[in-house]
Design a protein around this ligand. Structure first.
Ligand SMILES: Nc1ncnc2c1ncn2[C@@H]1O[C@H](COP(=O)(O)OP(=O)(O)OP(=O)(O)O)[C@@H](O)[C@H]1O
Length: 262
């Protein structure tokens, strides 16, 4: 499903009434099936942008448009995943996944096989009847991925889903997510602080400036699919990460410190 931000801006009112301009003039167009990573300094408005695109928050300027229609309410078809997995500790992993259907007032039985299939795809088949509290952080995020995908959403919004995990688990989950999203054909918006995972997963990496967040670069990641672990060994991979690191470090400005000795 195609997704657009048109001149999107957001100003918050702080508790004391001061204006906090989080986003300014965001224009972004995402094609169906595209995976777009969003990078930017802390507090630049990445989560706010994601929330507006998903219909969880409202823009104060411009609009989010999904499938040709302005977004005015939470997108019920979308899959979402956050840094905190938000699994319900009193339900089994399988029932957490099936919550997608319960929440929509739909029967869960027809989807039980699919839930198990997804768990197997992320190496968690033995966890179906276990409770989230018995699992490690990485295992919980695997269950959360299954929950975000089980209803086959045409859109997926991921806000730093692996931010709290160790580097190796994160790399493994990146590989699994690449395979799952390539297979599902979903349009994905992925907010991250991780330059490596932005490149590894993305068809594009969008870089935002410090607040108010504006788009300062939109880099097409021309790496082959399917994205397996070998991708990280390619010289092009390193070239992309170096380029993005530079853009983030300089916030899109020329390096004024060039030639300045410490
Ligand atoms: N409800 C709110 N009320 C007031 N200000 C807010 C609110 N939500 C976010 N902000 C402010 O808007 C700015 C953007 O926040 P946002 O969480 O979108 O940034 P971010 O890029 O996702 O940050 P991080 O990378 O640290 O998660 C921040 O300055 C934040 O303090």
């Amino acid at each position: 499903m195609p997704l657009r931000a048109e001149g999107l801006g957001k100003t918050f009112r702080s508790a004391r009434g001061a204006a906090v301009r989080a986003l300014d003039g965001i224009d972004l167009s995402i094609a169906p099936g595209e995976f777009v990573s969003i990078l930017g300094p802390s507090g630049c408005g990445k989560s706010t942008l994601l929330a507006i695109l998903a219909g969880l928050d409202k823009a104060t300027q411009g609009a989010a448009v999904v499938g040709g229609k302005p977004v005015t309410a939470p997108l019920v078809d979308a899959g979402v995943m956050f840094q905190r997995d938000l699994l319900l500790d009193w339900h089994t992993c399988e029932d957490n996944i099936l919550m997608q259907f319960k929440m929509r007032g739909q029967p869960t039985a027809p989807h039980r096989d699919r839930a198990r299939e997804l768990l197997a795809l992320v190496g968690m088949e033995s966890a179906a009847q276990r409770y989230p509290r018995e699992l490690s952080g990485g295992m919980r995020q695997r269950v959360a991925i299954c929950r975000a995908l089980v209803h086959e959403p045409p859109l997926l919004f991921l806000d730093e889903p692996f931010g709290a995990l160790d580097a190796l688990t994160r790399e493994n989950l990146n590989t699994e997510l690449a395979a799952l999203t390539a297979h599902s054909g979903a349009t994905v918006v992925f907010v991250t602080h991780g330059i490596d995972e932005a490149v590894f997963l993305g068809d594009r990496a969008v870089v935002m400036s410090a607040r108010p967040g504006r788009i300062i670069a939109d880099v097409r990641i021309d790496l082959p699919h399917p994205r397996g672990a070998h991708i990280r060994e390619l010289p092009e991979f390193t070239a992309y990460t170096a380029r993005l690191r530079k853009l983030l470090a300089h916030d899109g400005r020329p390096d004024h410190r060039e030639g300045v000795r410490p």
